[in-house]
Design a protein around this ligand. Structure first.
Ligand code: OOG
Ligand code: MG
Length: 261
């Protein structure tokens, strides 16, 4: 077994993303890895990327819906970091040759108007801190072979973060029943999956409560101005070159991208 070294493991994962190569799970070599150590590796990736000029624009929650938990075989939500280079314009293009084995999921995103920190925040406090709600597509692209991993592996791999697309309408969430909003995911105009806001831990504000709690364990907070993805409402779906992927969320609008080689 190789000696455990946070920087080496973070570099191993970051290089897999940069070179678009699948890698072996890190728990193959480090079966005793703890969640905390896995987050140490993720935060080290953030340090390495920041040092090379990438900027953190927000955070994402993953595995917050039953659909996603079942699909990946993991029942615990986790967070990841989102960077400026991951953002694609609405109706923009994604080059699949830039990615390993990407999949798309329908999500509800928030733009924060205030900082948030705490172990046990209530929904009212979260709602008060949110400036806008936006429909989103997240592209996950696990760096691991066959998109297969344990919770510790995916925490270390920055929660499979790869690309994201936000809709063009930014809406004030107050007065909206976010849990009741219907969402669809279509590929080439054919709806292949659907769900409601309630899919993510019962209400889209709930993943933000969990995020604040996970961050507070490390003495961190959610920052005003940052973007938060609340987790896939639908399962994640493969797409191919030439496909157009579109997510529509009731009352929030739609967001789409096209794929090129
Ligand atoms: C892990 C990331 C999960 C979500 O929305 O549930 C995620 C993965 O499935 O690769 O982004
Ligand atoms: Mg996601």
């Amino acid at each position: 077994m190789r000696e455990y070294n946070v920087t080496n493991l973070a570099t191993y994962l970051n290089n897999a993303e940069l070179t678009k190569q699948e890698i072996f799970k890190i728990t193959n070599d480090y079966p005793e890895l703890t969640n905390e150590q896995a987050y140490d590796i993720q935060h080290e990736i953030v340090r390495i990327k920041s040092q090379s000029g990438d900027r953190v624009i927000g955070l994402k929650m993953g595995l917050t819906s039953i659909s996603k938990m079942k699909q990946m075989g993991i029942n615990d939500p986790l967070y990841g970091h989102l960077f400026d280079y991951m953002m694609i314009d609405d109706q923009g293009e994604i080059s699949i040759s830039d990615l390993i084995h990407p999949k798309a999921e329908a999500e509800i995103a928030f733009i924060m108007g205030k900082d948030l920190a705490g172990e046990d925040l209530d929904e009212e406090t979260i709602l008060d801190a949110i400036k806008f709600v936006v429909p989103a597509i997240e592209i996950v692209d696990s760096r691991y072979e066959n998109f297969n991993f344990t919770l510790k592996d995916v925490i270390a791999d920055n929660c499979s973060s790869s690309r994201l697309i936000l809709g063009s309408r930014f809406i004030n969430p107050k007065g909206l029943e976010l849990d009741l909003l219907g969402a669809t995911l279509a590929i080439n105009n054919e709806i292949i999956d659907s769900g409601t806001g309630a899919a993510v831990l019962g209400h889209p504000l709930k993943p933000v409560i969990v995020l604040a709690k996970l961050l507070s364990k490390r003495g961190l907070k959610i920052n005003a101005g940052s973007l938060i993805l609340t987790g896939g409402i639908t399962k994640a779906h493969n797409f191919r070159e030439g496909d157009m992927v579109c997510v529509r969320i009731e009352n929030l609008g739609e967001v789409s991208f096209k794929t090129i080689k």
